[in-house]
Design a protein around this ligand. Structure first.
Ligand SMILES: Cc1cc2nc3c(=O)[nH]c(=O)nc-3n(C[C@H](O)[C@H](O)[C@H](O)COP(=O)(O)OP(=O)(O)OC[C@H]3O[C@@H](n4cnc5c(N)ncnc54)[C@H](O)[C@@H]3O)c2cc1C
Length: 490
């Protein structure tokens, strides 16, 4: 039932499109959401949820296999890639079913008139007020709406000449199709996704991982101490990082992947591995949407040009990866909801990207909110930074996991909290409190005054704040020389 003019047509049922449709439902709007593949997008499939399931399983496996904590896995633990993927599929199905069940219910109009209808097919604009949807059986359907939200997401970037065949050379879209754990794998690209898969495969201990990094260090957007902590943990687990290396060629030879790299001095090396993962960023899905023909500006990198989610055509909005600002589920959802509130005249508060939190599922886990030192320097913001090493934190000691640190940034002039980096277990649950405080403009004193639970990782954040205020329990003059506490200005 897609006849008549809809209040909103959403293109894509990933995190941005789904969240937008739900917000429009709250407002009693008639919504049609077009999805060409699977509800949930990369938030669920071959993306956030599936890769996190792999990460959790691999972490559990690494912990259970550890021999430094008073128990020994007699005869070693067994694991197969097929078993891991079975669990990943179970998680993905669970989440997708949940999203679909909600859609089934919302297909019936609410008391306020809100309704969300899902149409399967590939949408393409034919005018600023209509899209044509091609179904898998080739039939076409025209959908007319007053407003549109483009939430078609992104796909892995594959450079020309890279022999991605979905078997020996894959992107993150195809990695779950491996028939077994590869004996060896090269990961091209040392960004978040590449490093997350390096973590997963090295945790399972069945695959020798090499990472090619064009820069001198991995995670170039993060502070050096954060990137180095992760790199040294990788190397400790047997991962080889080809630093400052240029990939000259990568091809399949006799059923193996052969690649040639040159290092900073220009010395070439040829290496053979079983498989390759190409992970060098993502490109927005805008190519076949007919956007330019109806006046929507598309940037050179393929992203839709937006001002606060509005495109250059007044009734057409865009949210999520398709705008290529920040590729995260939480940001996609926030932008989708914002766009709906804006298009239906609610005057939403502008999205504050400065208190953005993100997690990197690495070894160790890294979580971030707000500014880091690198960005504070770039933006010439005077700051003070306090760092507490996990060796000093009761909870880390109890967990027998003392690698990593907590690092808090505050404004030099008024002690306003600017950002936090947590490197170590439970990093992801430690940042959210600070995200709220940044959002509210809180100061170091606010952290000091708040009663924290014990033993808990946030106590390390409190110690950072106290250290910057000159009243910490652990004293810099004792622990600074060992590198376990650090206080600095920038
Ligand atoms: C391996 C991996 C791990 C990740 N891990 C995390 C993480 O831990 N945390 C996090 O926050 N983010 C993570 N991300 C990023 C996150 O998945 C994306 O930022 C998020 O899914 C973007 O949401 P979106 O709605 O903009 O796009 P998508 O999720 O890409 O959804 C877009 C949808 O639009 C559909 N579509 C495309 N074209 C059309 C068309 N013409 N007609 C109809 N439908 C169409 C697609 O089929 C898709 O379902 C990860 C991504 C990957 C690839």
């Amino acid at each position: 039932m897609t006849s008549g003019t809809w209040d909103l047509c959403v293109l894509g049922a990933g995190p941005a499109g789904y969240a937008a449709a739900m917000r429009a439902h709250d407002l009693g709007k008639r919504v049609v959401m077009v999805e060409q593949a699977r509800v949930g997008g990369a938030g669920v499939h071959a993306g956030a949820l599936s890769s996190k399931t792999m990460w959790h399983l691999s972490n559990d496996f690494a912990c259970a296999s550890a021999t430094d904590r008073g128990y020994r896995p007699i005869g070693g633990l067994d694991v197969s890639y097929a078993m891991v993927i079975e669990s990943v599929r179970a998680a993905v199905t669970e989440r997708r079913t949940l999203l679909e069940r909600q859609l089934e219910r919302l297909a019936r109009p609410s008391e306020r008139g809100g309704v969300v209808t899902t149409v399967r097919g590939t949408a393409r604009f034919v005018s600023p007020t209509a899209v044509e949807v091609r179904r898998s059986d080739g039939t076409l359907e025209k959908i007319e709406a007053t407003n549109f939200l483009v939430a078609t997401g992104s796909k892995p970037r594959v450079p020309e000449g890279m022999p991605v065949d979905g078997d020996l050379v894959v992107t993150s879209d195809q990695i779950e199709a491996f028939p077994h754990f590869p004996e060896s794998m090269v990961i091209v690209g040392a960004g978040v996704i590449g490093c997350e898969y390096a973590t997963v495969f090295s945790n399972f201990g069945r695959t020798k991982i090499n990472i090619i990094d064009r820069q001198p260090r991995i995670l170039p957007f993060e502070d050096e101490d954060v990137a180095e902590e992760v790199a040294s943990s990788f190397e400790g687990a047997g991962v080889t990082i080809h630093r400052s290396s240029k990939l000259e060629s990568l091809r399949v030879v006799d059923g193996k992947v052969e690649y040639v790299i040159t290092d900073a001095a220009g010395k070439a090396e040829t290496i053979r591995v079983e498989r390759a993962l190409v992970s060098i960023g993502r490109v927005p899905n805008t190519r076949d949407l007919g956007l330019e023909a109806i006046g929507v500006k598309v940037e050179k990198n393929g992203s839709i040009a937006v001002t606060d989610t509005r495109s250059t055509v007044p009734n057409i909005y865009a949210a999520g990866d398709v705008t290529m600002d920040i590729a995260l589920v939480n940001v996609a959802e926030l932008e989708g909801r914002y766009a709906v509130e804006a298009m239906f005249g609610l005057k939403p508060r502008l999205i504050h990207y400065e208190a953005l939190s993100a997690i990197m599922f690495l070894r160790p886990e890294v979580a971030s909110v707000g500014l880091n030192e690198t960005k504070a320097k770039e933006q010439k913001i005077p700051y003070r930074v306090g760092v507490v090493g996990n060796e000093l934190v009761s909870r880390n000691i109890a967990m027998r996991s003392t690698k990593g640190f907590v690092k808090l940034l505050a404004a030099r002039d008024d002690d306003r909290i600017l950002g936090l980096r947590v490197v170590g277990p439970q990093a992801s649950s430690t940042i959210q409190g600070i995200a709220f405080l940044i959002h509210m403009g809180a100061t170091l004193d606010d952290i000091d005054q708040c009663v924290h639970p014990h033993p808990a990782i946030p106590e390390a954040v409190q110690e950072c704040a106290r250290m910057l205020l000159g009243r910490s329990v652990l004293k810099p003059e004792v622990w600074m020389a060992d590198g376990l506490l650090r206080c600095a200005e920038g």
